[in-house]
Design a protein around this ligand. Structure first.
Ligand code: GLN
Length: 285
């Protein structure tokens, strides 16, 4: 059976919408179909009459079926764009979120030293570290994660982007936050840590169901890792160094208290691009 591209995308979008796991069925359908065709999204509009062959149709149906089972598009495609970098992702890492780009925006406006030393804690796919290294080639950026699986995804991304000349090599460390790192050594500690309470019903909905729990959930109602990071960063940051931590939309007040109690200066909380509370910044005394 032959089918036109525009008709196929419509059918896929209808199937994805009917399965009720996605709030972006049309976009998901376009991305999955064009991935199989190995064409840019513009192809859909320039060649709506393109006829899909049987092999392509089978491959699309397979992906759409998995999307209907709830598997996130980024895992099906094996990639996700963050800060205009295409990153490889799989089930071992959190899918980079556009909300986190607000942190990159903020850091680029800071007046850090020319050769600032920066660490991205819990780097996952490497998103934050790679975005910073691509924008600031003179910064000494390192990244760490506790998960071996995440480090291998990050390593892949670092190698690929460094080979393309998008950034320099980023040392990847396996570690438990900052526990093994030198005192007074960083101008910036940045992290998108796990911060969700294990009982949060949102963990049972949508894409997060397929993401690694270790990247999402933290003990102590979601605050354990944020507490550890703000305490350890106090010792590892240089005086005047910056701490930046992402958090949940309803954690602004509690996190401000946690960071202030450690004795940081200029503790400020910031919204993301959806005007939701998203990250805290502070300066080491
Ligand atoms: N912002 C993500 C979510 O709510 C979670 C990311 C994280 O825990 N670091 O789905």
């Amino acid at each position: 059976m032959s089918m036109r591209l525009d008709q196929l995308v419509r059918n896929c979008a209808d199937a994805i919408a009917a399965a009720q796991h996605s709030d972006s069925a049309r976009l998901d359908a376009e991305l999955l179909v064009l991935h199989v065709l190995e064409k840019p999204r513009s192809f859909l509009y320039s060649h709506p009459e393109f006829i899909i062959n049987a092999d392509q149709l089978a491959a699309v149906n397979h992906l759409v079926q998995r999307r209907c089972d709830g598997i996130p598009v980024a895992y099906l495609l094996g990639q996700k764009e963050f800060w205009s970098l295409m990153l490889k992702v799989d089930e071992r890492v959190l899918i980079p979120r556009p909300e986190t780009e607000a942190i990159i925006d903020y850091i680029l406006q800071l007046n850090l030293p020319e050769q600032a030393s920066v660490i991205d804690l819990g780097t996952g796919s490497g998103a934050i570290a790679l975005a910073l290294a691509s924008e600031k080639p003179n910064y000494f950026v390192v990244a760490s994660d506790y998960s071996e699986g995440a480090l291998s995804v990050a390593k892949n991304n670092v190698q690929q982007l460094a080979a393309n000349g998008a950034c320099h090599e980023i040392p990847l460390l396996r570690g438990d936050w900052l526990s093994a790192l030198a005192k007074n050594s960083f101008d910036l500690v940045v992290s998108n840590p796990p911060y969700i309470d294990a009982q949060d019903p949102h963990l049972q909905q949508g894409d997060v169901r397929f993401e690694p729990l270790s990247a999402l959930v933290s003990k102590d109602s979601g605050y354990d890792d944020i507490k550890l990071i703000s305490r350890q960063a106090k010792a590892c940051l240089k005086s005047g160094g910056h701490l930046i931590i992402e958090h949940g939309y309803d954690q602004r007040e509690a996190i401000t208290k946690i960071v202030e109690a450690e004795g940081y200066l200029n503790v400020l909380d910031h919204d993301d691009l959806n005007a939701m509370p998203r990250f805290i910044t502070a300066i080491n005394s």
